[in-house]
Structures are given as structure tokens and as C-alpha cells.
Design a protein around this ligand. Structure first.
Ligand code: PEP
Ligand code: MG
Length: 752
């Protein structure tokens, strides 16, 4: 049963469209359970009705047309109770409803299970049998397990698009993720699909069949060579009976077998990877269906060969990704490097199936000022490539193949967004001052965006955070002291005399260095940030020397330590700075000791802010990590992204407490996490009277606008209101209303 279950799930997930997936689903379940019928009803949440989406065994003519009420029939009962219903004789049940045209009244035995995804009811899956009988426990468990495993793919079906008047099915789909960088974009999907994952290969047509055939031949020949080498390598160590395996592999790859079939498909106009996917998947199914255990196991060999050929094909086409204008980059778990591969002027938005709003790829998108949606896990990469797509970074929605009416609406919203940004450019030389005269310093987080002119256009008054690990991550070895001097000096010079806050190397967590691997079970709680640099003083000292040397004659450098969790770490780090300073001072008498600060991003630093404030010159609150550690929510994990919220009362209370402790000691506090660029949070940070906000250059003018539209008194009232609230949802709703009332609605949704 387990094998059958796995196969059904694989086949449904490999389907070319959501509608195709539904048909496969009912057919395979009916066959596997040997029943007379299998049907699936999905809930149209908008209209509050169940829609028959597919059936095998009942009347197909009513698919897409038949709708039943929320509480109607056995389907309604299963949905309301959210539990399975197993009946020997369904028509005798008081809730039985003979839906017109479905013809189910002749069938007696019935087993129905709810389809639930992340606590949300999606619909009901049911099987019917002509005779009276009771489905046994194993059958019930089978259907429940299938329903759970298939639920994610069923979220993709746009039930409301099934017009009650027609059975026309549509492939346009809406996906939901977490809006992680605001803005809207309309463009073309370019999928960065996982290497050597056959099921993720999209469909594409080819223009030059000969080129495609030649690439396939090269790939298959390379795999043949691999196999021959394997055979030689094992010539003496494997018994002859086992060595036959390699001959079998070569046989499968032969042009009279698999190789020939794939070439044939390419000649029909499929690209090599798509042809390979189809042929391999078909063969795998054939082998898996074989009764003979030995032959059925050969399916694994075919899969293995398929992956190998795919890996060869992909390594050959790596560099030739075509990025159309308005590229919407989509990937399973997008990395900063994949994003950086796209020419900036062509990148319109990013969508990642995994990850959450505070993953560094989302932060990079914010820095570039493009919308991002993270955790859009239900998208099928194979279906979306090259399709027209709309991304709404405010609500985290992705529309694939949108209808013209929706496209027009978003074209209009995008135009309004551009107009809003253009109007905010006028604020460039205006101070970030509230209506009652409170002045906020507006700084930028630099280093992610290579366009150095953006902060100035945005009116930045300094750099609140320069993530020095970024240039380390772009290299294949540690940069030398001189390389670092050049880099840092460029930045210091560009901003002089304004302050530039450089954070010492913050690697570990989700920021690994390829050339300095750290393997840990809990990287966010492990060797990270200052912990690494204190343990590897040679790396730290080189960086500190470079920073101090770069600052010669400019004197606008501030140094800040990440991940400080106790005062001892600060003392040790400061000792190293003083040591470097003394050594360099002999060589460069004009050398100036920079101000030294601490990031408050670990809860223990909040509670020791007073002690730290006696030592440090300034503070910067890293709200991204602080929220992660306070709420015990991995900031990159899409499964718990709904729990990550910087407007959580505990996060707000911690920040308030830290700001107070630092101010009592007379030390300035900045906020440099993503909160500083969030218009809702910015109002509360203003109320706490933080000294500066450091956000991406793209967000800066928007935050300045917020500050200029409020008085400190109004902001303080909002802080008092929200301090009495218990949940982030309540707080968010209250702040959104306040922004709308202040005429700032354009900052929290698409449009002006
Ligand atoms: C933070 O944690 O808020 C922060 C600014 O640092 P990073 O996002 O680089 O970890
Ligand atoms: Mg951090």
C-alpha cells in the first residue's frame, strides 16, 4: 500500500497542470482502492460552496458545474466536522443528498475524508462502492494519508475560477506566500530549478532541434563514459554477477533503447530536458508496476540514469539562462547568488518557494527595491516557467497567467507606485522631522546593492549598517587586508563626513562562507557572528586593521559587533580593537580611535543593555535576529513564517526596554533590522524616540514620509494604544488604520 501511495503522490505532483493533477488523482485512487467511483469536491471559499472538480466513475459532465452548499449532503457533513465518514449504505444516511446529475444514488458504500492544509479546509475526497460494505481501517488510513499528502497541490486549484455556468477549466492560478518586500511587478517567470531534479524540469519548446539533439548526444555520451569508468573501477572488486549492472546501464542508454526514444521526442520539438523527463518518468512507472520484485527495482536504476543525464544537460546550459526584461525570478530556495546572476535592470521581482521575509535573499530584494514573496510553497516550478506572472509584494500573492482585466488593474497600480516613488524624491533634501519638531536621523543599510548612488538620491544621512560579510560571501577565499582597505575606504569616502557604521564579520547562521564551512545542527544558535571572530582572531584582526587603515584622514568610521550575548564578548572584542589601534598608531600617528557599538539582537543583550551601555559608544537594534530569538522562530523557515512577527508585543516591549536603558546611560540607539523600513513599525520606533532608523535606500523616502506626517505626540499615543494589545494582528490592524487615516495608505498596499 505504501508503495502505491507514494506512486500516486509522485504522479499527481508530476502532473502538467492542476486540472490534470485532479484527473490523475481520482483515476489512480479509484484503481488503487478498486472502487466504483472516486470524486473530489473543493471548497469555493468566495461563494461558500463545494464544487465537483473531478470524478472517475460518476457523471463527468457535471464536473465544474455541480455546486453544493456548505452544509449540504455528506460532503457538507465531512467538511463541517473535519473528520472522515465511513458508511456501509450512504443513501440511508439522513444527510444524504442526491446531487442532480451526479448519479451517486445507486452506490451504497461510501468513504469520504476532508482535505485540510495548514488548518484550512480545502474540500472533500470520497470513494463509492456499489455494494453495501464497510471500508476497512487500512483503506480509511490510506485515503486519509493521501488527502494529507495531496493537500498542498490542491491549494493551487483556483476553484472560484470555475464559473457556475460553465465547466470550462482554467489554468490561471493564484498562489499565496509571505509578502517580504513591498511593491508590485508584472513580468515573465524565469525558474531557477534545482539541479538534477527531473520532476522540476519545465516544458519548453525548441527552435533549433539539431542543436538540442547535439547537446543531448554530448550529455548521454558523457554519462556512458561515466558508466564505463565505473565498470573499470569495480572490475576487480565486484563479483561478475553484479558487474552486469553496468552493462545493463549501457544497454538502457543505447540509441535503440532509452537514448533513441528521447531523441525521437526532441525531434518532435521538445527540449532535451523535457523529453528526458517524459521518457524517464514513463519508463519508471512501467518498471514500478511490474510484479517481479527484481524488475520493479530497476525503476531506481532508470531514475538514477535520468538524473545523471539531466545533471550533464544542466551543466551544459548553466550560463545560457535568458533573462527577459521584467524577469520574475522563481526558485525552490533562491539564494543571493542566484538573484545576483540576473542583470539588475531586468529583475522585476523574486519569488521563493521556501524561506521567509527575513531570509537574506528577501533583504537583498528590499535593498534593490523590488517586490519579493517568500514561502510560496505550493507553486509547481515545472508549470510556471516562461509564463506571464503578477507579483504583489504587499499581500504575498502571485498570479500566474492572469486574465487581461487583472493585468490591467496591476499595470495601473504599478504606475501609481512609480508616481508615488517619484513624488517622494522631492523629500530628498527635507529633514525627517515630525510635525512637532522631533528630528530622526535617516540612515541606510549599505553593501547589498552595488548602485552606490541610490542612498544619496534617497537623502541618506549616513550608513547605519554595512554588512561586511557580503564581500566575503562573494569571494572564494578570505579577502586580504589590502583588498578590504580598498573596499572600506571606497564606502567611507563616498559618505564622508557622514558616519558609516561597519559591522564586523557576521557569518554563520544562514550566511555561510563556501571556503569556511561550518557544520552544525542548530546554526542560528551556534558558531555565529562575534563568536567566530573571537575564536579566530587572525580573521578579526585583519578586518579591524583594514577598517582602521581605511578610515585614515576620513574619520567617519564607526565599528559595531554582531551577536553580542554577554559583556565578556564585548570586552574581548574591544581589547582586540585597542590592540590593533595601538599597533597601527605607531605607524600612523594621525590614526583616530573610532566609536565602538553593539548590536542588540540577542535577548540577553536586551536585559544587559545597562551593563553594555557603560562600555559601548552606541547601539543598533538588529530586530531581525532579536525577533527570531525572542519568538523562537527560525527567520528563514517558511513553515513557521506565520509566527514570525516584529509587531509581536514581546518584541516591541524588548525594544522599548533596550532603548530606555541605552538612553538612561546617554548612549544613542539606532534600529537597523527590517523593522526600520516597515512604515507600521517605524511609527512605534519613532514613539520610542530611537535616534536613527537604518533601512534600504528604496524604503528610506517612504519612512521619511511617515515621520513627516505624524507628530511625536500622535506616535506616542499609538504606542500606548498598542502596548495594551495582546496580539500582533490587533497591533497591525490598529497601525494600518492610523496610516490610512494619515493619508499614507499607499505605503501598506499597492497603489497610491
Ligand atoms: C538583524 O539581525 O536585524 C540585522 C540587521 O542583522 P542581519 O539581518 O544581517 O542578521
Ligand atoms: Mg542579525
Amino acid at each position: 500500500m505504501l508503495k502505491t501511495l507514494r506512486r500516486i503522490v509522485e504522479e499527481v505532483y508530476a502532473a502538467k497542470s492542476s486540472n490534470n493533477a485532479l484527473d490523475i488523482l481520482v483515476e489512480r485512487i479509484r484503481a488503487a482502492m478498486d472502487t466504483e467511483a472516486c470524486s473530489v469536491f473543493l471548497l469555493d471559499h468566495r461563494r461558500g460552496q463545494y464544487v465537483l472538480m473531478a470524478t472517475d466513475g460518476l457523471n463527468k459532465d457535471v464536473v465544474g458545474k455541480l455546486r453544493i452548499g456548505l452544509n449540504q449532503g455528506l460532503t457538507g457533513l465531512i467538511g463541517a466536522r473535519e473528520e472522515p465518514l465511513n458508511l456501509d449504505n450512504a443513501p440511508e444516511h439522513p444527510n444524504f443528498y442526491a446531487a442532480p446529475g451526479l448519479n451517486e444514488e445507486t452506490l451504497k458504500a461510501f468513504l469520504g475524508v476532508p482535505i485540510i492544509y495548514r488548518r484550512r479546509l480545502l474540500g472533500v475526497l470520497a470513494v463509492h462502492q456499489g455494494k453495501e460494505r464497510h471500508f476497512n481501517e487500512e483503506e480509511e488510513a490510506f485515503l486519509v494519508t493521501l488527502s494529507t499528502q495531496l493537500a498542498p497541490i490542491l491549494t493551487r486549484v483556483d476553484v472560484s475560477a470555475m464559473s457556475p455556468a460553465s465547466s470550462r477549466r482554467t489554468d490561471e492560478a493564484t498562489y499565496q506566500g509571505v509578502g517580504s518586500s513591498t511593491g508590485v511587478a508584472i513580468g515573465t517567470a524565469v525558474v531557477v530549478y534545482p539541479q538534477a531534479d527531473l520532476s522540476a524540469v519545465p516544458d519548453r519548446e525548441v527552435e533549433d532541434i539539431d542543436v538540442e539533439l547535439a547537446e543531448f548526444e554530448t550529455a548521454i555520451e558523457a554519462v556512458r563514459n561515466d558508466v564505463r569508468m565505473m565498470r573499470e573501477r569495480f572490475a576487480t572488486s565486484l563479483p561478475p554477477a553484479e558487474q552486469i549492472l553496468f552493462d545493463a546501464y549501457l544497454g538502457i542508454l543505447d540509441s535503440n533503447s532509452l537514448g533513441g526514444e528521447i531523441s525521437e521526442k526532441i525531434r518532435e520539438g521538445h527540449w532535451a530536458q523535457g523529453a528526458l523527463r517524459d521518457v524517464i518518468q514513463q519508463r519508471v512507472r512501467q518498471f514500478e508496476d511490474m510484479e517481479d520484485e527484481y524488475l520493479s527495482e530497476r525503476a531506481t536504476d532508470i531514475k538514477e540514469l535520468g538524473q545523471r543525464i539531466l545533471a550533464r544537460l544542466q551543466s551544459g546550459q548553466n550560463n545560457k539562462t535568458d533573462y527577459p526584461p521584467e524577469t520574475i525570478l522563481i526558485g525552490e530556495d533562491l539564494t543571493a547568488a542566484e538573484l545576483a546572476d540576473v542583470p539588475q535592470e531586468r529583475l522585476a521581482a523574486v519569488v521563493s518557494l521556501q524561506g521567509s521575509a527575513n531570509a537574506h535573499v528577501a533583504i537583498l530584494a528590499k535593498a534593490l527595491g523590488i517586490p519579493a514573496v517568500m514561502g510560496a510553497g505550493e507553486i509547481s516550478l515545472g508549470e510556471i516557467d516562461t509564463k506571464p506572472v503578477i507579483v504583489d509584494g504587499y499581500y504575498g500573492q502571485i498570479y500566474v497567467d492572469p486574465p487581461e482585466s487583472l493585468r490591467k488593474e496591476f499595470v495601473y497600480l504599478a504606475k501609481e507606485e512609480r508616481e508615488l516613488d517619484a513624488s517622494l524624491e522631492q523629500l530628498q533634501n527635507q529633514p525627517a522631522e515630525t510635525m512637532d519638531g522631533f528630528r530622526m536621523q535617516m540612515w541606510v543599510n549599505a553593501g547589498l546593492d552595488s548602485d552606490a548612488s541610490k542612498p544619496f538620491k534617497a537623502g541618506a544621512e549616513g550608513v547605519g549598517l554595512y554588512r561586511t560579510e557580503v564581500p566575503f560571501m562573494m569571494r572564494e577565499r578570505f579577502p586580504t587586508e589590502q583588498e578590504q582597505v580598498t573596499l572600506y575606504r571606497q564606502l567611507l569616502k563616498a559618505f564622508a563626513p557622514h558616519p558609516v557604521t561597519m559591522r564586523t564579520l557576521d557569518i554563520g547562521g544562514d550566511k555561510p562562507l563556501s571556503y569556511f564551512p561550518v557544520e552544525e545542527d542548530n546554526p542560528f544558535l551556534g558558531w555565529r557572528g562575534i563568536r567566530i571572530t573571537l575564536d579566530q582572531p587572525e580573521i578579526f584582526i585583519t578586518q579591524l586593521r583594514a577598517m582602521l587603515r581605511a578610515n585614515l584622514g576620513l574619520n567617519n568610521l564607526r565599528i559595531m559587533f554582531p551577536m553580542i550575548s554577554n559583556v565578556g564578548e564585548f570586552d574581548d572584542a574591544l581589547t582586540l580593537v585597542q590592540q590593533v589601534y595601538s599597533e597601527l598608531k605607531e605607524e600612523y600617528p594621525e590614526l583616530v580611535m573610532p566609536k565602538i557599538g553593539v548590536m542588540i539582537e540577542v535577548p540577553s543583550a536586551v536585559y544587559q543593555a545597562r551593563e553594555l551601555a557603560r562600555r559601548a559608544d552606541f547601539f543598533s537594534i538588529g530586530s531581525n535576529d532579536l525577533a527570531q530569538y525572542l519568538l523562537a522562530v527560525d527567520r528563514t523557515n517558511s513553515k513557521v513564517a506565520n509566527l514570525y512577527d516584529t509587531l509581536h508585543p514581546a518584541v516591541l516591549m524588548a525594544i522599548r526596554q533596550a532603548v530606555k536603558a541605552c538612553h538612561r546611560a546617554g548612549k544613542p540607539v539606532s534600529v537597523c533590522g527590517e523593522m526600520a523600513g516597515d512604515p507600521l513599525a517605524a511609527v512605534l520606533l519613532l514613539a520610542m524616540e530611537v535616534d536613527s532608523l537604518s533601512s534600504s535606500a528604496a524604503n528610506l523616502p517612504r519612512i521619511k514620509w511617515v515621520i513627516r506626517r505624524f507628530s511625536l505626540d500622535q506616535a506616542k499615543q499609538l504606542l500606548r494604544d498598542t502596548a495594551a494589545m495582546e496580539s500582533p494582528i490587533e497591533i497591525r490592524a490598529h497601525l494600518e488604520l492610523a496610516l490610512e487615516r494619515a493619508g499614507l495608505g499607499g505605503l501598506i498596499r499597492a497603489g497610491k
